[in-house]
Design a protein around this ligand. Structure first.
Ligand SMILES: Nc1ncnc2c1ncn2[C@@H]1O[C@H](COP(=O)(O)OP(=O)(O)OP(=O)(O)O)[C@@H](O)[C@H]1O
Length: 506
């Protein structure tokens, strides 16, 4: 797509270091106009840093960028925005209590009387309407006056894109002024059908002339929706091409610098490796929930969890999966039903909201691993650091050291820090909400294998994931949550990805 046309974006010899640590080294990249260009790489490979340079949020140390043939070195996000380069970040940025209109025009509110700062509400509405029309074939799904927090996650994601496009500028006729849209892991919290809907719109935006830089860990999305790809490894370009012409295994090799041993080893050896005593029907019951309901969702959920098993919960976004976990963990109020926990070492939750409640981004990696309600009130800094160092080693966390601020780590490595804290606590019952979100293929395999090992060692785990293949290959039993009601679980071997999807969306 647009292969012979002059590139929209031309990056040459880009370098960036944080202190003594080089993060981008001699990176060169061409992005064609009206194309979807995927940026791939392991956690910490430098993808976000490259995106941040393009968005004016970091300055490169060396190298040159041309945008539409002109020198481009934005000193701020505002400057990038004016040049038509905009971002949809992985984490949600919408203000839940504001309407769709207010969210879309936030920071670019049209003014009726500039000197008095009086807003032009009808123009704001027109801008929002035009932006929403760009991201959905059915604007009725996203009412302009709805509060963002009332929309489902997939529709919120569309509003995020509309907002980015509006920030990049809309012409009088509602056409795009934005030239490059950076989409950071847009589907990581979406189920398959919502992801397909999102890519359909991304395709339409591409056809309308927009270039999209898609940062993702999903190779299947890259093969299905990207025109070109570039792999970064340790800050260098390690591969590029047309993803449809290259085997996924080759792309994985480019990402890792080696072949991926066997992502599914954990699943394939499952039946034989789990000792009889730890089998789901053999372990003692540690958690029993009967007719549980929450403020909005779930409406009715009953489950029995035994030591040694992983119980998967499948469901569409908005079905109440996270709400159920939060009630079981005692974090959210329960409206009805009973929960009985028989676990001396307690119950722990891996939150899907990594930056919001999972981690203290301003504190060090070691403190994040260490801190918990059970941690001793006084700890020797040396002990905290050595514990941090142990987990860096254990989970292959990519960081300068245990003292590095959690907020400076790449998204996937932040996720590993959260997992490290949960493991360190040694809970009997683990509730894990989207544990592989934002983490690369190799780490994904590692995390899923780790969950299997934990179950084998006698932990009881409830796994919520939007990745249905992950549920099928990792869990012992899977239950589907449909519009707030949990069906009885069935053995994972009786499910396929397709049957789960069908059940969840019926
Ligand atoms: N402000 C910062 N200060 C110090 N180091 C940083 C800073 N920002 C990023 N880094 C480091 O740069 C490296 C690359 O991080 P980056 O976020 O670009 O990776 P990524 O490829 O986007 O990873 P992920 O897939 O996990 O999001 C990481 O080792 C990270 O710790």
């Amino acid at each position: 797509m647009g292969g012979e046309r002059a590139p929209l974006l031309e990056v040459t010899g880009l370098a960036k270091a944080f202190g003594p640590n080089p993060v981008l080294r001699d990176v060169s990249l061409l992005v064609a106009p009206a194309s979807v260009h995927a940026l791939l790489g392991e956690n910490g490979a430098g993808k976000s840093t490259l995106a941040r340079v393009l968005l004016g949020m970091e300055r490169a140390d060396a190298g040159a960028i041309l945008l539409g043939g002109a020198r481009y070195a934005p000193a701020s996000a505002e400057e990038a925005r004016r040049a038509g380069v905009v971002l949809v970040p992985q984490e949600r940025t919408l203000c839940a209590h504001l309407t769709v209109v207010d969210n879309v025009v936030l920071g670019i509110e049209p003014l009726a009387r500039a000197r008095l700062g009086i807003r032009d509400r009808s123009r704001a509405r027109a801008v929002a309407r035009a932006a929403i029309a760009l991201v959905t074939a059915d604007p009725g799904r996203v009412p302009l006056d709805a509060r963002a927090g009332e929309l489902g996650v997939a529709d919120q994601q569309l509003v995020e894109i509309a907002r980015a496009l509006a920030q990049g500028g809309l012409r009088e006729d509602g056409r795009l002024a934005a030239r490059l849209l950076v989409l950071d892991e847009p589907t990581s919290s979406l189920g398959r059908s919502d992801a397909a809907r999102l890519f359909e719109r991304v395709g339409a935006l591409r056809d309308a002339g927009l270039a999209v830089l898609l940062v993702t860990h999903f190779l299947s999305d890259v093969r299905a929706h990207a025109d070109r790809y570039t792999v970064l490894r340790d800050g260098r370009v390690a591969g590029e091409g047309d993803p449809r012409e290259i085997e996924p295994a080759q792309i994985v090799r480019e990402m890792l610098g080696r072949a991926l041993d066997d992502t599914r080893a954990c699943a394939d050896t499952r039946a034989s490796a789990v000792p009889e005593a730890a089998r789901p029907d053999g372990g003692e019951v540690v958690l029993e929930a009967e007719g549980v309901s929450g403020v909005k969702r779930p409406k009715r959920a009953s489950l029995t969890l035994r030591r040694g098993e992983i119980l998967g919960i499948a469901g569409l976004v908005g079905s109440g999966r996270t709400e159920l976990l939060r009630i079981l963990a005692g974090l959210d109020p329960r409206r009805g039903g009973t929960v009985a926990l028989r676990a001396p070492r307690g119950i722990g939750l891996l939150s899907e909201d990594r930056g919001g409640e999972g981690l203290m981004l301003g504190r060090s990696l070691a403190e994040n691993v260490w801190l918990s309600p059970r941690a001793p009130r006084f700890a020797r800094p040396r002990s905290v650091l050595s514990e941090g160092a142990r987990w860096i080693e254990e989970l292959a966390i990519r960081a300068c050291g245990p003292e590095q601020r959690a907020g400076e780590l790449s998204g996937g490595n932040q996720q590993k820090v959260q997992i490290a804290r949960l493991l360190r606590e040694d809970f009997d019952v683990l509730l894990v909400d989207e544990p592989t979100r934002g983490i690369d293929v190799a780490s994904k395999a590692q995390v899923l294998a780790l969950l299997r090992d934990l179950a084998r060692a006698g932990k009881a785990i409830v796994l919520v994931s939007s990745q249905l293949d992950e549920l099928v290959t990792t869990c012992d039993r899977i239950a589907v949550l449909r519009r707030g009601t949990l069906d009885p679980p069935r053995p994972a071997s009786s499910w396929t990805e397709a049957s789960l999807l069908l059940e969840a969306s019926s």
